[in-house]
Design a protein. Structure first.
Length: 417
């Protein structure tokens, strides 16, 4: 029998910047990495589904994942897994009559099937267990597809974006990078607001902090820990690094991590931070009154300069945050990444504080080396006059995000294999 190869499904969603499309590849990568709250995974009959092994990702014809191992209500089930946006895709793609899909034991969906939906069956008539990811995701598909693929990569190829920007004058290049950084700032605040609505202030801060502590390779197991243990669990003094490492189990990635970024060390740092300031989310909230005065307009011709950084008092604010919020338990670029990628957006979402100027001029945290090289080629930085800052880094990453999806926001997000 000749198997028909169907093109990957693409679904359109609406985000804060208009419509965007997500390829089925993104869902497949989420399943591969188990980047959702797997502790609550249940099939359509309410049975618990524990994933012992998600399967081997198959990028050719046939089921998306081969030889997965599952525990369904404690009973081991082995076979293939197929991933779709909706249950109707199984029949629409002809899988019910294709022998190549007869070993499928689990149908993974994005949307929860409606009440009374027709059960998916294989060619032999076997009814498939079905699970839905939407209620279990930690963040939206747009954020996952647009941000995670960049954060997880240490070799972002920016040559196309650099080539495009080099066609502009230096002033226009800077203006464009500021626009792209502002876009990323607004997106981060938008998603921070969603996190606060879902988890509350303390829960959102705790989850956001642990997620950044896992950048870049261990984001998922850190989020698993945040789901399992709240801030008060950390403050109790009963948690150990060994116990927390067990939560992430085999999902920890050690290869390629710098010594300072090893997960055991990051967990120890977070435990020490919480032990010294269990109320750090409230300390952070109390800081906003002082920070609210740190505002500048991007229209200022000297935007991004050392003089503006001094006018904003970045050095003093950074010192105070390190002492009063982080309690000097986390420092260097990791502290800057924590502030810029998690805490400042959360603070802005909570208090409707426009922290863009301070966020832009803040010290740059961790980022791909290719971003620094791109800024050098673009001649944006000028030692002593226009120093490296978080905003320039974010602007370059914003250029890559837009090129991934199309300038008008109608391109497809593709997960990195």
């Amino acid at each position: 029998m000749t198997h028909t190869i169907y093109p990957l499904s693409v679904e359109e969603f609406h985000g804060p910047y208009g419509p965007y499309q997500v390829s089925e590849l993104v869902l497949q990568k989420i399943w591969l990495e188990q980047a959702f709250d797997a502790t609550r995974l249940r099939d359509q009959e309410g049975r618990s589904v524990k994933v012992e092994h998600p399967g081997t990702w198959n990028r050719l014809e046939g089921p998306d994942f081969r030889d997965a191992v599952l525990l369904v209500d404690g009973v081991e089930v082995s076979g293939d897994v197929e991933v779709h946006f909706s249950q109707a895709d199984w029949k629409a793609h002809g899988h019910e009559s294709d022998p190549a899909f007869d070993r499928v034991v689990l149908h993974v969906l994005y949307y929860t099937p409606g009440t009374g939906s027709e059960v998916s069956r294989t060619v032999s008539g076997k009814a498939l267990a079905t699970v839905a990811l939407l209620p279990l995701l930690w963040y939206s598909l747009e954020e996952y597809a647009g941000e995670d693929s960049l954060i997880a990569s240490t070799g972002v190829d920016l040559r196309p974006e650099v080539g495009t920007l080099l066609n502009l004058s230096l002033a226009e290049r800077k203006r464009r990078l500021v626009e792209l950084a502002l876009r990323r700032w607004k997106m981060k605040v938008h998603y921070a607001a969603q996190r606060i609505e879902s988890l509350g202030w303390e829960g959102a801060c705790h989850q956001g902090a642990l997620e950044v502590m896992g950048f870049a390779r261990n984001r998922v197991p850190m989020l698993m820990i945040a789901e399992r243990h709240g801030l008060q669990d950390f403050a109790s003094g009963r948690l150990s690094v060994d116990a927390l490492m067990e939560v992430g189990a085999e999902r920890w990635r050690f290869s390629g991590c710098r010594p300072a970024n090893q997960p055991r060390l990051r967990l120890q740092q977070y435990l020490q931070w919480v032990a010294s300031a269990a109320d750090w989310p409230e300390r952070l909230a109390g800081l906003v009154t002082e920070l609210e005065s740190h505002a500048l307009s991007p229209e200022d011709p000297s935007w991004g300069s050392q003089a503006q950084r001094q006018r904003l008092g970045v050095a003093a604010a950074r010192k105070r945050v390190g002492e009063e919020i982080l309690r000097e338990k986390i420092g260097g670029q990791k502290a800057d990444t924590l502030l810029c990628d998690a805490l400042f957006p959360l603070l802005s979402a909570r208090r409707a504080w426009d922290g863009f100027a301070l966020w832009f001029h803040w010290n740059a945290g961790n980022g791909p080396a290719s971003c620094v090289e791109a800024l050098r080629l673009l001649q944006v930085l000028d030692r002593g006059q226009t120093p490296m800052g978080n905003g320039w880094l974010q602007g370059v990453l914003g250029a890559k995000t837009l090129s991934n999806r199309g300038e008008k926001g109608d391109g497809r997000f593709q997960a990195h294999a």
